[in-house]
Design a protein around this ligand. Structure first.
Ligand code: GTQ
Ligand code: FE2
Length: 314
């Protein structure tokens, strides 16, 4: 043994061997509770809509492949809207085609404005209406087109950050601009109309209602990574305070109000998108009749045994 040995010496020599003591950083490596890096945040549609419009003048869908403004968490970098979820606002103009590609990453779209655009997924052409949720399952070729008169905007929800941890995302271009497609059945497993969801929320006659989207084929969440739900709040009503290990992206379909997330107050109105990081207590309050759409990483957390939720004490 070296007579003058010390921990400092040990740490320096361990570092030379690309090793570090665990015992000096035990709490950071094995924390007592979830420690999301994302912070609560609101992205305002009134501010982003004009920027999307300018993007529409400055870049074609053909050049962009996807004309999307990513909603990036202020505490993180692309592609993080939360620790595990991506959100972006996509614009497609009349007559444009966003060319066919496929990727391992799963996508859902929540339609924000416009009519008569479609997305073609694995050969099925799905027409989009405001408030609909449309799925792009993993590894299905998809292209978007627009046969209407006015700009079309939707919110893209993807699991892209998951592939920062699991570098297993492949993407591929299709040889042609469009993948051959035909209209699908009325009850497509790729499309979840707003009218159906709203009817479910109205069926619950309390001031607050919550309903999860159920995949038409599996009877489970919309994908293996991302699940989704919608909430209704009557004007003046609030949701219970809760917290969950899932991160959540919310989009305001209709209404106005605020969500308290930890110590942060997020004020929102129609068209805004906001996020709730893992394990932070949150509670919505509506100033008028409100509908919220939300998606989360619950399915992937369930798969690894890490989903937990509770009604918060506060
Ligand atoms: O529309 O296919 O926002 O592949 C990010 C990646 C949209 C899409 C995004 C994508 C798409
Ligand atoms: Fe895509």
């Amino acid at each position: 043994m070296i007579a003058t040995d010390s921990l400092d010496r040990l740490f320096a020599e361990a570092a030379d061997q690309d090793a570090q003591p665990l015992w000096t950083m035990m709490e950071a490596v094995v924390p007592p509770h979830p420690q999301p890096k994302a912070v609560p945040h609101v992205w305002r549609y009134a501010a982003l809509r004009p920027l999307l419009e300018r993007a529409g003048n400055l870049v074609t869908a053909k050049d962009a492949e996807r004309r999307v403004l990513q909603l990036i968490n202020p505490a993180l970098a692309s592609p993080h809207t939360t620790d595990t979820l991506f959100a972006g606002l996509q614009l497609i103009l009349p007559g444009e085609v966003a060319r066919a590609h496929r990727h391992v990453a799963f996508a859902l779209r929540f339609i924000v404005e416009g009519e008569a655009a479609y997305t073609a997924v694995g050969g099925e052409k799905v027409t989009m209406h405001r408030g609909d949720v449309i799925l792009t399952p993993s590894w299905q070729f998809h292209d978007h087109g627009h046969e209407g008169e006015r700009p079309m905007v939707w919110l893209d929800g993807l699991d892209l950050p998951v592939y920062q941890f699991f570098p297993a995302n492949f993407a591929q271009q299709y040889g042609d601009e469009r993948f051959p497609s035909e209209p699908g059945p009325a009850e497509s497993h790729l499309r979840y109309p707003w009218a159906d969801m709203q009817a479910r929320l109205e069926a619950d006659d309390g001031p607050y209602a919550f309903a999860e989207y159920v995949h038409r084929q599996t009877g489970g969440p919309l994908s293996r990574t991302i699940g989704a739900a919608a909430e209704r709040l009557a004007g003046g009503a609030s949701s219970p305070t809760r917290r969950e290990t899932a991160g959540v992206v919310y989009h305001v379909y209709k209404g106005r109000g605020a969500t308290t997330v930890g110590n942060t107050l997020l004020e929102w109105e129609k068209g805004d998108t906001f996020c709730v990081p893992s394990w932070m207590p949150y509670r919505h309050e509506a100033a008028k009749n409100t509908y919220l759409f939300r998606y989360d990483d619950r399915p992937v957390l369930e798969a690894i045994g890490a989903y937990r939720a509770e009604a918060s004490a506060s």
